[in-house]
Design a protein around this ligand. Structure first.
Ligand code: GLC
Length: 742
């Protein structure tokens, strides 16, 4: 009997094996690979920055030594380079052209941190689609985005490119960008292969200084830094990029645990892994490789498929294979991943980009979406006496500040192909759209964010005195954030604090709009201003979006994707912190300590004497011109177990006089675990539109998996015990409801 069963099982297996349709692309890869010499294989693994039709580039392409080119932007040149590869190299393998298209190509959207503040994945996806259509028209088919590094240190310049501090929000935003860039089908000529970067842990860079070392215990790596990358794999991201940093001494470009164990084995990722710029060679500087050959060997062993600008593979890989240090199979595996992307992009069938008489830049649709992103990314932090939106009672405004008319700086970092001449600044937008309604008086005061010349302040004060309301645009120049642009102090640069104080003294209402690439410590300025809109850097349409918010044609709905600290000394400060054994209580701030106070008189709990323990504004915070009332949360059961779901609902009422949008946030807390757990963790959000007076019920379905965490046994599990759940307007509000997981 047993033999019969075994025979039947084997027969079925053979049948399935034969009929299982092998992906036709894999067959094409096998066939092409079988024809390739070792040198041609290594050539595919070589990515170079564009040098036009230089003799060196032309000869390398003809000899099959170039797999990809980044930063080539002239369409005619791109098509000619592609023709050389397809027609004049032995096997005619097309090149994949790449570029950093981070938050727009020509039509620039808010920086990704600002886009995250919209909490609107559909809008963010539409922005990435706009970028893909514009970029692919110039021959680019691969972008190095989304950047989904969790960033909890605003000193780090690259927080501007991130989606903030939370793994769930970053996962949702990253997935939206991937969908937008890649579109429905990678072979569509407007599809832009996306790249999940930087893998991994880059945002944990010590002291917020770029490229610095990181120390990340595996549990934290898996709980905090890896989830957005895992979601990127599940979303079908076409490529990954290594990060520059080391994790616990191991640079990512040589990290087998990260790139093989986690990315390939655990996540079953079959896309392409590219190094960062010269990050393979930089392993010599890191002090983990002796020379370029050693670096090439380490990177190949770690599964890095393509070498961006280290010249390590092209110069060393052949020798490594011939010496047996690396097997040709390891080379083949890398080349498969590269060829697979090229086949999926349709480059073998359509290697060239059609030249268009009119490039699809700055279309009405693109500008409309960019403006909507500005509107939804702005966060209303304060609105004393409802000074905003400005009513018809206001007959004159003084538009002041270094960011009031800064077409390049409002674009933010990482937008090399943008054209500031297309920027519509706040001053221009207010004049164009509202100049008939109000008299616009203007005086920058400071000409750029770092400006310290006081004479401009006096002129600004004089201008302000002639107006009913001051619209003050402050913040950072674009160059003060982004890669390698980190700040040890994150106050308003230059004499901007003095400008705010001087304008406050005029007694005129001050509406302060902050256009920055990171959270800034603006506590004093928030006190001095009557209203505050935090707008990050909003891109091409920053002006029209902000003008519509100020004059009430739009209502703010942005929520903080990152905590705003009171002082830089509080950093890192984030909402999903641990309770600790002595959570802050009876806080006595430094100015309230009696002279001669006894050492133990202040109690012994966790806070800073000069800052307390709370941020200036918490993650998820954002006001509206209307107000939203939350009913108490209801849950569908008090006990849940594995595989079950829990419905969590509450009613939200728009209690004000403006229609508006509210982001209802779902948080949980695992009260007792095998490890201390965060006081709250975001597990869902819904952005709902409510007319004035309208009530809606928001419903979330919580699964048992969503309660899981990587526990002390390095196993992702949902542990039995008490849980709390909130639906709230930010990460500090609301009353939790308790349930038990059994
Ligand atoms: C940079 C960045 C990376 C970018 C790459 C190509 O140094 O770290 O994010 O995609 O080089 O420009």
């Amino acid at each position: 009997m047993f033999q019969k069963k075994l025979f039947f099982i084997m027969l079925t297996a053979v049948f399935l094996g034969c009929t299982q349709t092998k992906d036709p692309v894999e067959g094409k890869i096998d066939e092409l690979l079988s024809k390739m010499t070792l040198q041609e294989k290594i050539g595919q693994m070589n990515q170079l920055t564009g040098t036009g039709l230089s003799n060196d580039m032309v000869s390398q392409i003809k000899s099959g030594k170039v797999g990809s080119i980044l930063n080539e932007l002239d369409l005619k040149t791109t098509n000619e380079l592609q023709r050389l590869a397809v027609k004049e190299s032995r096997l005619g393998i097309p090149i994949i052209f790449a570029r950093d298209v981070i938050h727009g190509f020509k039509t620039i959207f808010p920086i990704p941190l600002g886009q995250a503040a919209t909490w609107n994945p559909q809008l963010v996806e539409s922005g990435a689609r706009v970028a893909a259509k514009e970029a692919t028209a110039t021959g680019i088919r691969w972008t190095f985005a989304p950047m989904i590094d969790i960033a909890r240190d605003p000193r780090w310049g690259r927080i501007a490119e991130s989606c903030g501090e939370d793994p769930y929000l970053t996962s949702q935003m990253g997935a939206a960008m991937i969908r937008g860039f890649q579109g429905k089908n990678l072979s569509d000529p407007t599809s832009l292969a996306a790249c999940a970067k930087h893998f991994a842990g880059y945002g944990a860079t010590e002291s917020g200084k770029d490229y610095n070392t990181t120390w990340i215990p595996e549990l934290q790596l898996r709980d905090v830094y890896l989830p957005p990358f895992k979601v990127a794999v599940e979303t079908g991201v076409a490529s990954f990029m290594c990060s520059f940093n080391d994790i616990n001494g191991v640079p990512s470009s040589g990290n087998e645990f990260l790139n093989r164990q986690i990315l390939r084995k655990e996540w079953n990722y079959s896309g392409l892994l590219v190094s960062d710029w010269a990050s393979i060679e930089q392993m010599i500087k890191h002090g983990v490789c002796t020379d370029l050959k050693d670096a090439a060997r380490k990177a190949l062993k770690a599964g890095v498929d393509m070498d961006m600008m280290s010249y390590a593979y092209i110069n060393q890989a052949e020798g490594l294979v011939k010496s047996g240090a690396i097997s040709e199979k390891q080379i083949d595996d890398a080349v498969r991943n590269i060829l697979r992307l090229k086949f999926r992009l349709g480059l073998f069938d359509h290697p060239y980009i059609k030249e268009q008489a009119k490039m699809p830049f700055y279309t009405e649709d693109a500008l409309r979406k960019a403006k909507q992103a500005v509107i939804e990314s702005a966060i209303l932090l304060k609105n004393e006496k409802d000074i905003l939106p400005l009513t018809d009672a206001i007959k004159s405004v003084a538009v002041i500040g270094p960011l009031s008319d800064a077409p390049a700086d409002q674009l933010g970092t990482w937008c090399f192909d943008a054209e500031p001449s297309h920027s519509v600044t706040p001053l221009a937008a207010i004049k164009n759209s509202y100049g008939a309604k109000v008299k616009v008086i203007t005086e920058k005061g400071l000409t750029y964010s770092r400006d310290r010349s006081p004479q401009g302040i006096a002129k600004a004060v004089n201008a302000a005195k002639k107006a009913d309301v001051i619209l003050l645009f402050v913040g950072e120049e674009a160059v003060l954030s982004g890669e390698a642009h980190c700040r040890a102090d994150i106050c308003l640069p230059g004499a901007q604090p003095e400008l705010v104080t001087a304008l406050k003294k005029t007694g005129k209402p001050v509406v302060m709009i902050v256009m920055a690439g990171r959270p800034l410590t603006i506590g004093k300025q928030v006190e001095e201003a009557d209203a505050v809109l935090y707008a990050f850097q909003g891109g091409t349409m920053a002006g029209p979006g902000l003008a519509d918010l100020i004059f009430g044609k739009a209502v703010p709905s942005g929520k903080l994707p990152v905590t705003l600290p009171r002082m830089v000394g509080q950093v890192p400060i984030y909402y999903a912190h641990k309770m600790t054994g002595r959570p802050a209580e009876k806080i006595c701030l430094i100015d309230n300590i009696p002279v001669g106070a006894a050492q133990t008189s202040l109690g012994n709990t966790s806070y800073h004497l000069d800052a307390g323990d709370s941020p200036l504004f918490p993650f998820g915070f954002g006001l509206s011109y209307t107000s939203f009332n939350y009913s108490s949360v209801k849950i569908s059961k008090n006990k849940m177990s594995e595989g079950q779901t829990l419905d969590v609902t509450c009613n939200i009422t728009n209690a004000g006089k403006y229609d508006g949008a509210e982001v209802a946030q779902l948080y949980i807390r695992d009260v007792v675990g095998s490890l201390a757990r965060p006081v709250r963790e975001l597990k869902g959000f819904q952005k709902i539109n409510l007319k004035a007076g309208e009530t809606k019920t928001v419903r979330f379905t919580l699964t048992s998996d969503q309660l899981a965490f990587w526990n002390a046994d390095m196993v992702k599990r949902t542990e039995p015990g008490e849980f709390q759940v909130w639906i709230s307007t930010d990460s500090q509000s609301g009353k939790p409801v308790t349930f038990n997981y059994i």
